[in-house]
Design a protein around this ligand. Structure first.
Ligand SMILES: [Zn+2]
Ligand SMILES: [Zn+2]
Length: 252
């Protein structure tokens, strides 16, 4: 299984970083986690896109920096099945289908979501998790300004964005090869619903994880800010900052 970071930034796209989206690709499966503006980079992976007959999209939550790119999908028309999972009535007053159908509808977008592929399936997930074919996906409710969920893909990856730092995240990530975790500031800040490098470092020292890559990077960060964030981890070699286009092999 290969992971490709399409968008490593949070909130505002910048020349260096699109907003949150990453691609999990196996020989037979294509899974997008969130569809921020990073989804525009799917054009650079057309070969991966073309070889799968089903595109799966999993949402952590519905803030626009994680969903706006869904409207780009008809740019790559294909006879495909589109399967979408998101947090639904277990977390929100509305289903995933209702939430996305409100976003992808006139006057915001001319085509309804049902026309994006030959077959479109939209499902709610609950805290009990679900499966994409034979890949189990576990769900971890997080703490954010609206409900957001951490997602564990088999024993490969735990994806945690738009959340306060949580012990449960690190405990779950210990069972995987890689933790992708949001980082919004280097020092601890009164920034509700997000995490700082300082807090993540403290958690990682108590609950070590094999590898951590920081995502949802603050769009105001300079290279000096990135260096400061990494310093919070004491230069630990297993911690790095995501860049758009970064590829990580999560061997099967
Ligand atoms: Zn976000
Ligand atoms: Zn958010």
């Amino acid at each position: 299984m290969k992971l490709i970071l399409l968008g490593s930034g949070g909130w505002v796209p910048t020349p260096r970083r699109h907003t949150c989206s990453c691609l999990l690709a196996t020989d037979t499966q294509l899974i997008l986690i969130d569809s921020g503006s990073g989804l525009s980079r799917l054009a650079e992976y057309r070969e991966l896109y073309d070889r799968c007959d089903t595109l799966n999209i999993i949402y952590t939550h519905y803030h626009l920096d994680h969903t706006a790119g869904l409207s780009y999908l008809p740019n790559w028309p294909q006879k495909k099945r589109l399967r979408i999972w998101g947090p639904g009535t277990a977390f929100y007053p509305h289903s995933c289908r209702d939430i996305l159908s409100t976003l992808i509808a006139p006057p915001y977008f001319p085509r309804p979501l049902e026309n994006f592929a030959e077959q479109v399936e939209i499902q709610d997930y609950t805290a009990d998790g679900f499966a994409i074919d034979d890949l189990p996906v576990r769900v971890l409710p997080q703490q954010h300004s609206q409900p957001s969920c951490g997602l564990t893909f088999g024993a490969f990856l735990h994806y945690a964005t738009d959340t306060l730092p949580l012990e449960a995240t690190f405990q779950r990530a210990q069972e995987t090869r890689l933790l992708l975790h949001e980082c919004w500031s280097a020092p601890r800040l009164p920034s509700p619903g997000h995490s700082s490098a300082e807090e993540l470092s403290e958690l990682a020292s108590r609950i070590p994880v094999p590898r951590m890559v920081l995502i949802h990077i603050n769009p105001t960060w300079t290279e000096a800010d990135e260096a400061e964030a990494l310093q919070a981890f004491g230069g630990a070699p297993h911690v790095s900052i995501a860049q758009d286009g970064m590829e990580i092999e999560l061997a099967g």
